[in-house]
Design a protein around this ligand. Sequence first.
Ligand SMILES: [Mn+2]
Length: 313
Amino acid sequence: MKTNTNYADIPDNYAALDSSKIVLIPVPYDGTSTWGKGANKGPKAFLEASENMELYDIETDSEVYKNGIYLADAVTVNATPEATVDAVHQETKRFIKKNKFVTIFGGEHSISIGTIRAFNEMFPNLTVLHIDAHADLRKSYEGSACNHACAVYEASQNTNLIQVGIRSMDAKEKSVMDLDKTFFAHEMAIDDTWMDAVIDQMTENVFITFDLDAFDPSILPSTGTPEPGGLFWYETLDFLKQVFAEKNVVGFDIVELCPNNVDKSSDFLAAKLYYKMLSYKFMGQDADENYENTYDVMYKPSSTSSKFEEDEY
Ligand SMILES: [Mn+2]
């Protein structure tokens, strides 16, 4: 895929690595999807839609691209699921160490095993906010622990995992799931206090992994495993805006765009969601201000599997 042009066709002076606060890593990977194929085409469709998007955000009265957005080379390692996860992990970590706000666009959800692992190694006491229709808590699936159905199993063991929008899972996943930190779609539909309840469960450092199938298929049909009863646009933005305002969001990934030739609105929704999340992150900050991504140079992650300590927040 082409990654030699700038993100959203922004001018060169806002797209160079050195001066950019934001890095975007595309991961066109679809090695383990089991139903609708084509998430490997997600980043290209997302980037094309981004080129046709207005870069002024009305709500935040900002042009977040002026903080600089560097479009990294795509991660294309796909020999095995494990090799892909490893490559994503290394590449994500490399840019975190450059003090960038690192964002990743997939690809199917197994790539998030690598992104979460990188952020968890760089930021203490990490909350992983998992927005998805599916629980993705299987320890392994079809012979691999790096399958999309296992996307947040590792995070469930060594981060403060919070799951939002869930409406599809296997009964066996109940043994791994923390019900206090799980927000099911059927409950969210009838209880408008869920946003505050989710934020109450968070530590200060938050990484967001956003599976686009969390959205209702009526507004985002182009995804591999659509499920009825999902999130709508403005409630999602309202929630994300609060999370960015109240917590230190250290990075995010967006996965599972599965484009087709008929429906372009999903591609555009994904483009707009990405840009909105950046707009919320840098809202109220001067584009000329220095940026510190707050990663802890001295931080040494524990080698034990459960480094997250409940009483630290
Ligand atoms: Mn999903």
